[in-house]
Design a protein. Structure first.
Length: 339
């Protein structure tokens, strides 16, 4: 597993004495090996589950970090001025730093993920070696057990045949003919020899089976101890990985708060009055208001214009046309005709 320094290390593992306290005697039955093997397979599945959790968390941290960086870079704020502008710029910078920090956290989580994957694969290779040996002795023991049971069955049958032949010989030898007695005697001898041969084969198979059984028992004990050590290591590694993961997330929260504390410090120096005063000094347009716009009568304006021209006099507020100030038109005397 990767080292994260004292602040990220998990609790110390148990002592070596407790670690090597073998429990193989609790699994010495024929199915004990299968039970332990299944436990290791279940543990391997748990490793994959933890790896998947770290993988998805790393993806989420990377996605979150990249989105924060994009938000900070697109935030704008160029229209603001003075101290609030500085505070907003600080927020954008710190937000971008927070995003980068979460991206770094994603990389750290992926490093931890690779360590777990390597550990799981190493355990797989170690387990396969022991499984290969156990499979060999298991098959050998099973094969010899089958032969021993078959030879036992044949031996018992031969013994029954020998007993039957001996009983028949005893009956015939009591009152039978010489020829029948000899025939029965030969058959009894043959059956007894067959039983002896069957017993020898049966004993050989039992001896071979016992030899393989002793080898199986030794390999079973060795395998159980190896499997227990693997289980101990797996539990220790996963427990430490989860501990480290929680510490990583806690430290990330502390880093985030430190980044945002920089923004709070900048905001404490933000002065609303100073910003307003600065704007006034930079954009002031003067202290005198513009002159009022007064009402002006249209005709008063025309009269004023007309009075400045000679021969033009106003009448009833109406402006006279120039021809009205000319001499009156000539009239025809009464009684005269027009041309």
């Amino acid at each position: 597993m990767s080292s994260w320094g004292p602040s990220l290390q998990g609790p110390s593992p148990p002592s070596a004495s407790s670690r090597m306290a073998s429990k193989c005697r609790d699994f010495t039955a024929h199915t004990g090996y299968e039970v332990l093997q299944q436990r290791l397979l279940d543990g391997r599945k748990m490793c994959k589950d933890v790896e998947e959790l770290l993988r998805q968390r790393a993806q989420a941290e990377e996605r979150y970090g990249k989105e924060l960086v994009q938000i900070a870079r697109k935030a704008g704020g160029q229209t603001e001025i003075n101290s609030l502008r500085a505070s907003f710029d600080s927020l954008k910078k710190q937000m971008e730093d927070v995003g980068s920090s979460h991206i770094q956290l994603a990389l750290a989580l992926r490093d931890e993920l690779r360590s777990l994957e390597d550990f799981r694969e190493r355990q797989k290779e170690q387990r396969k070696k022991y499984e290969a040996v156990m499979d060999r002795v298991q098959k050998s023991k099973l094969s010899l057990y089958k032969k021993a049971m078959e030879s036992k069955k044949a031996y018992e049958q031969k013994c029954r045949d020998a007993d039957d032949a001996e009983q028949a010989f005893e009956r015939i030898s009591a009152n039978g003919q010489q020829k029948q007695v000899e025939k029965s005697q030969n058959k009894a001898k043959q059956c007894k020899d067959s039983a002896t041969d069957a017993e020898r084969v049966y004993r050989q198979h039992i001896e071979q089976l016992e030899k393989v059984r002793a080898e199986w028992e030794q390999e079973h004990r060795t395998t159980c101890e190896a499997f227990q050590l693997q289980e101990f290591d797996r539990l220790t590694i996963l427990r430490n990985a989860l501990w480290v993961h929680c510490n990583q997330l806690s430290m990330q929260c502390v880093k985030d708060d430190e980044f945002y504390e920089e923004v709070r410090v900048t905001l404490e120096g933000c002065s609303i009055e100073a910003d307003i005063e600065s704007f006034i000094q930079a954009k002031s347009t003067g202290t005198e208001p513009p002159a009022p716009v007064l009402y002006q009568n249209y005709y008063d304006r025309e009269v004023t214009l007309s009075s400045s021209s000679p021969g033009v006099q106003p009448s009833c507020g109406m402006i006279k046309r120039p021809q009205e100030f000319l001499e009156p038109p000539c009239r025809t005397p009464p009684g005269s005709r027009g041309l």
